[in-house]
Design a protein around this ligand. Structure first.
Ligand code: TGM
Length: 610
């Protein structure tokens, strides 16, 4: 398995794209992927030719081929030869028409054996943007970004006082560097989350997928920096060795490896457990623990209230919430069957979680039968929707909107999983539901969304939809809607958030809302097997479900102009524009391992995977 963790801090030598073998030898994935004619396959379904035919040009000397977000590191090294001329922070984008001539640089052949192995397999050759050296660079001013790729956060970026957050839903977005200040109001950076304003930290657990340990340690306030941190991860073999190596300078950092016994599973869950002098807090979020994930992407999180300690001698089942959050969190943690988590299970038992208003929706790898089928994944969501939502008038016109940053293989036609299984779950609304054909809108960035985004093409390094998968499911793309409706505002930051919701025909009301680590994939949500008597889940995922009944509401009202955030609004802050905008004829979903060399991105670069 090639694990692709990018965006490590400039000075960290650790955590390069790491390669580990994945030899679980599961038999269930179809062999895949020849890459023979991906572009033709794509073009056959779409009339325009927006996928560039690569132009054979000599490769440049020097490492001009760079991998995923390593583009950033390269950019830092390239500062003597800056290639960017406009600050994305200024919200400007290059508008010159793309005749391509100045940008099409070189092609890389699809000669990579790894790509041929399996299309849904983790054995993927990462996409690599080729940074075009602008031919006029000597006539242009140097980069406004200074010597490093990351532009600095403004002085008022971090909260100096207890932020006046809207605490009705406790759903927050991350701060995005380079956006107008109003879009960051009510948003949180990781340093805000870990700040003493939220509690006096005694110890913490970080569940995640990608880690830059040195960067993570720096995000803790100096006064808490040596307090014990437990890292819960899914890395094996070489990737694990590299992860542990990263923590050599930090003896307070310990590890817990989550078992991954089913092939192609990953530990995607992103959660912080924060133990304070004052109590305990849970954060369930979508960001990896790497700088790139907290810079110019859209991320989401649920932050629990401060959970006070229960009186001495209370039962472990005391302090339960109306949503059974305590029971479900303890069940989720127990499912790791990890000795390292025992003290945390004990600790959580000693706290009062009764103020929680969300439901936990997790995935734990395994094959489940009987009542266990409803513990994890989409059948867990279905059970919650069945029990805790109510039918609405005109129900079959209330659409499901799903939004994600990666897409798995869903089979040759929509009925195999998407409509036959997933749409049925998401269409459940209380006990009435025959869950008829609910309208389904899927939001995923188009090539244009990525090109004109704050990060430009390198944002596509975190949108790992492969050509091998895409070409097998062209039917899926007819569901697709833009992430950026208007190329301004907050959606200028590409999504790493994943959300799913049920919305009224006029897009003003929600019947429920979910924020989660789970992308649109069978691995994340589970897939029925054996004539629907068994569900199989590959990955660890975690999210929280908001239902109106837990807030004494009939529906949630969609907050109209959520920025700047005001603490008085009771509307739900949906993190993108509604109604969703359908892809036009010429729009293509972002596919990370094909070249885009016809038009430069916001930084003046093209994308040419190796
Ligand atoms: C990646 C791009 C880093 C292949 C098989 C299984 C996350 C997300 C997400 C998506 C994928 C992912 C991953 C990969 C792709 C950059 C990567 C495979 C897992 C991790 C995440 N992992 N390629 N794969 O949330 O969108 O590791 O952020 O947790």
């Amino acid at each position: 398995m090639i694990k692709l963790c990018a965006g490590m801090s400039q000075d960290s030598q650790h955590g390069k794209w790491s390669v580990s073998s994945s030899e679980d030898d599961d038999d269930e994935l179809p062999p895949s992927g020849t890459t023979s004619k991906p572009r033709q396959a794509m073009q056959s379904n779409h009339t325009s030719s927006s996928v560039a035919d690569p132009v054979e040009v000599k490769a440049e000397p020097e490492p001009s081929l760079i991998v995923g977000s390593q583009a950033r590191q390269q950019a830092a090294r390239n500062q003597s030869n800056p290639v960017k001329f406009e600050s994305p922070a200024a919200g400007k984008r290059r508008t010159e028409s793309s005749d391509g001539a100045g940008w099409a640089l070189s092609d890389s052949d699809d000669d990579d054996a790894e790509k041929r192995k399996r299309s849904e397999s983790p054995v993927r050759k990462p996409a690599s943007p080729k940074r075009k050296k602008a031919k006029l660079e000597t006539e242009r001013p140097p980069s406004p970004h200074g010597r490093v790729y990351y532009i600095d956060e403004p002085d008022d970026f971090f909260e100096a006082s207890v932020p006046h957050l809207d605490d009705t839903f406790r759903f927050y977005l991350n701060k995005v560097t380079g956006l107008d200040r109003k879009y960051n109001s009510g948003a949180l950076h990781i340093r805000d989350i870990l700040s003493p304003l939220f509690g006096t930290l005694k110890a913490s657990v970080q569940f995640n997928y990608c880690f830059d340990i040195a960067w993570m340690v720096e995000q803790y306030p100096a006064e808490f920096r040596d307090r014990p941190v437990l890292i819960v991860h899914g890395d094996k073999r070489e990737a694990k060795a590299r992860l542990l190596q990263q923590a050599q300078p930090f003896p307070h950092v310990r590890f817990c490896q989550a078992k991954l016994d089913i092939a192609f599973g990953t530990h995607h869950t992103k959660m912080m457990l924060l133990w304070y002098d004052e109590g305990f807090r849970v954060i369930i979020l979508t960001s990896n623990l790497i700088r790139a994930d907290w810079y110019q992407k859209t991320q989401g999180m649920w932050m629990s209230p401060l959970f006070p300690r229960l009186p001495e001698g209370s039962s472990n089942t005391a302090g339960e919430s109306p949503t059974f959050f305590k029971r479900d969190l303890l069940e989720y943690l127990a499912a790791y069957r990890a000795p390292e988590l025992e003290e945390w299970i004990q600790r959580i038992g000693e706290h009062d979680l009764s103020q929680t208003r969300v439901y936990l929706v997790g995935s734990i790898p395994g094959r489940y039968v009987g009542p266990d089928m409803e513990r994890w994944g989409h059948l867990r969501l279905k059970k919650l929707l069945y029990e805790h939502t109510r039918p609405v008038p005109d129900e079959d016109r209330w659409a499901v909107v799903g939004q994600f940053s990666s897409i798995g293989s869903m089979g040759a036609d929509k009925s195999k999983w998407l409509t036959g299984e997933f749409q049925r779950t998401l269409g459940t609304l209380g006990k009435s539901s025959l869950a008829p054909d609910t309208p389904l809108h899927l939001l995923y960035p188009s090539v244009e969304d990525v090109r004109t985004s704050l990060e430009g093409y390198p944002a596509g390094g975190s949108l790992p939809y492969s050509i091998q998968t895409a070409q097998k499911q062209l039917w899926l793309h007819s569901y697709f809607h833009r992430w950026q409706a208007d190329a301004t505002g907050r959606t200028h930051a590409m999504p790493h958030i994943k959300t799913y919701m049920r919305v009224s025909p006029d897009f003003t009301q929600l019947a429920w809302f979910l924020v989660t680590s789970a992308n649109l994939s069978k691995a994340a949500w589970g897939t029925l097997e054996k004539n629907n008597t068994q569900v199989m889940v590959r990955s660890y995922e975690l999210g929280v479900l908001y239902v109106p009944s837990a807030f004494d509401m009939k529906t949630f009202t969609v907050q109209k102009n959520p920025f700047p955030v005001s603490s008085s609004s009771s509307g739900f802050p949906v993190p993108f524009d509604l109604p969703p905008t359908c892809y036009s004829e010429k729009d293509q979903p972002w596919i990370w391992n094909i070249p885009y060399s016809q038009a430069p991105d916001t930084h003046g670069n093209v994308w040419v995977p190796s």
